[in-house]
Design a protein around this ligand. Sequence first.
Ligand code: CP
Ligand code: NVA
Length: 342
Amino acid sequence: MTDFKNSVFQGRSVLAEKDFTAAELEYLIDFGLHLKALKKAGIPHHYLEGKNVALLFEKTSTRTRSAFTTAAIDLGAHPEFLGANDIQLGKKESVEDTAKVLGSMFDGIEFRGFSQKVVEQLAEFGGVPVWNGLTDEWHPTQMLADFMTVKENFGHLKGLTLTFMGDGRNNVANSLLVTGAILGVNIHIVAPKELHPTKEIQDLANGFAAKSGAQLFITDDLDEGMKGSNIVYTDVWVSMGESNWEERVKLLQPYQVNMAALKKTGTPDDQLIFMHCLPAFHDTDTEYGKEIQEKYGITEMEVTDEVFRSSYARQFEEAENRMHSIKAMMAATLGNLFIPRV
Ligand code: CP
Ligand code: NVA
């Protein structure tokens, strides 16, 4: 008889990449590619028929919220959005009590917010799978989409070199460093010394890299850091919850992804792509963009409009893949699928 509990993913939470093996992450990536093919072919995949999932958002979101919502509906589940001002979480009710209540009504819980501890507590007390939709520390569902996009473009992962340039201490940089290290993708972090990943994150990544063979390189030298990259990746200079624009603009202007930076890779055009988790400041068509132009006289931040609109750019495929990969993750952890080993 099928023992669902012995399925590799059934009932598991996805809180941080470090909790998964390379084979498990690759399984979820490949499952995402499969579900994308089903979606494009119009083939239904209602693995979560009758389930209810709660979507908790302390921070704002376009992609993650949309991806969880549409993925849940495609899987036959009902998604319920619970925004920062809608529920008592943390203000009038402890995380533990909230988790117990939500876990008694919902079959799965997504959480986007500040503290990693909160998402961990939701998982500890909720009794249902909890999915981290971004915290100050990690962005694991972004990683599933990102490495799915890389695999779509290159056909494989191991041995490729992904260079993240920008705020090397943020959640996306942390996640790329650790996930690449697990998967055997070489990761370069190019950032001013002040914004290099913490020792704790570097130690964690080095441990995984020793097993996978990934080469990790953290530097403030653009020439050295860019060399040999297949994927050049960047993210906003100031993340949600931060407001230190002046300091970041000053520190990170030399680390903007522009055509000159891409040239430094020395990589042939057909072996080089640009990625960005989005949202991006590549012009002045946003309130922040306009404010930064007025204050600091720059019209582009982490990436130039030229690169953003170039043939290297894959950020919109990457954004779409959030939906397919989140679908894979929810189905695998909640759908009683027969996945006895990976
Ligand atoms: N990349 C990403 O997480 O986008 P949102 O903040 O719009 O969800
Ligand atoms: N580092 C960014 C990622 C947004 C998807 C932030 O936390 O705001």
